[in-house]
Design a binder for this molecule. Structure first.
Ligand code: NAD
Length: 348
């Protein structure tokens, strides 16, 4: 059977990526919509064949409890609303798929994990890159030790944010600037690729005076993460640069890069290794797949087979701990230790 999802929030991501991805999914279907705009919700429901009786708003959201077609609630709201709508979904007896960043504080992430555990419901964070075939191929390559000892990870995820009034530039709603929104991809990628956790971080932030976009959040952040065994990550993320999304991981005997990385499509992986004494650069042919369809199908299969999601709440909490340590470092101009990991972070 297919697993029914309620989509909460009909903004850019829901309309342009998530709802169209159901068409490419094998195990998931859109069963309900939650929106503050009933006219928009009716139009989108008709477009995707969703019953008008399965349209909810933010007030009567809890009535999802009585809709047996909905197994999973997919929270696609501004970051500061993730906690409330995850906790209410769990209380309504639904599994939750929540967009990244998981929330705007470690305390909120912990409350979300606790609420889902208490309700006996699954919680997955939408780290689409971890379901994407290029990144998965690279994990395999690194596991086979093809680049030798890993030394450096260099990455940027930057873009231009125009509208100074949008929620992404409000600290209370976003939790920060480019770091939690797009910088998080660099942090999550190196953790996913290596399975290693940073021990200490350092960051500096910059906000130009007189730019109305950056009165509350940083325009850019440059940061380093130190991992056990001599691996370090040097990353940058900005809201006032042209879109640029890449990383390169450098080992003692080779490197691999994705550019673009973190994009919805058009991803490219290149590797460089010494073979028979020669430097050989390769671009493996990897078929592109819709990352959102892969993510929806993973959550659906977790529900159908009662599995722990590969990117559960603990994975989102970990990134939030690192983000908070980075902001503390930027504030104090000092390196900051990241709290040790308490238990397993990822499912199969
Ligand atoms: P958006 O601004 O386009 O949409 C947000 C939606 O929330 C809108 O429909 C808006 O009406 C609704 N909303 C409800 N209450 C609101 C309030 N008080 N203020 C503002 N909006 C309110 O944002 P988006 O780009 O769709 O992002 C939504 C979430 O998805 C964020 O958590 C974001 O980080 C995440 N996201 C993830 C990816 C990805 O690739 N995984 C990409 C983009 C966004």
């Amino acid at each position: 059977r297919r697993v029914g999802f309620a989509i909460v929030g009909l903004g850019h991501l829901s309309l342009n990526q998530i709802l169209p991805a159901f068409g490419k999914s094998k195990y998931a279907y859109p069963a309900a919509l939650v929106s503050g705009d009933p006219v928009k919700a009716r139009k989108i429901a008709a477009q995707y064949g969703i019953d008008a009786a399965s349209i909810y708003n933010y007030q009567n959201y809890d009535e999802l409890a009585h809709n047996p077609r909905v197994d999973v609630v997919y929270v696609v709201l501004p970051n500061s609303m993730h906690r409330e709508f995850t906790v209410r979904a769990a209380k309504a007896g639904k599994h939750v798929l929540c967009e990244k960043p998981m929330a705007t504080s470690v305390a909120d992430c912990e409350a979300m994990i606790a609420a889902c555990a208490q309700a006996g419901r699954k919680l997955m964070i939408g780290y689409r890159s971890q379901y994407e075939p290029h990144s998965r191929a690279l994990v395999k390559l690194l596991k086979q030790n093809k680049l030798g000892e890993l030394r450096e990870f260099i990455s940027a995820n930057s873009q231009n944010e125009g509208d100074p009034t949008q929620w992404r530039l409000k600290k209370a709603m976003a939790g920060g600037g480019p770091l939690p929104d797009v910088g998080i991809y660099s942090i999550n990628q190196i953790r996913f690729l290596t399975g290693l956790e940073p021990e200490e971080v350092f960051a500096t932030t910059y906000a130009p005076s007189g730019d109305p976009r950056f009165t509350e959040v940083e325009a850019s952040i440059q940061y380093t993460l130190r991992f056990p065994g001599g691996l370090s990550a040097a990353c940058s993320s900005a809201y006032n640069s042209h879109k640029s999304q890449f990383f390169r991981v450098q080992g003692s005997t080779g490197w691999a890069e994705m550019s673009p990385a973190f994009a919805y499509n058009g991803l490219k992986l290149r590797t460089n290794q010494v073979m028979d004494g020669n430097e050989v650069t390769q671009e493996p042919a990897i078929a592109e797949k819709d990352q959102f369809a892969l993510e929806l199908d993973h959550m659906a299969q977790c529900v159908l087979q009662n599995l722990t999601p590969h990117t559960p709440g603990e994975e989102g909490l970990r990134d939030q701990q690192i983000i908070e340590a980075l902001y503390e470092s930027a504030r104090t101009h000092r390196p900051v230790k990241v709290p040790p990991v308490k238990g397993p972070l990822r499912g199969p």
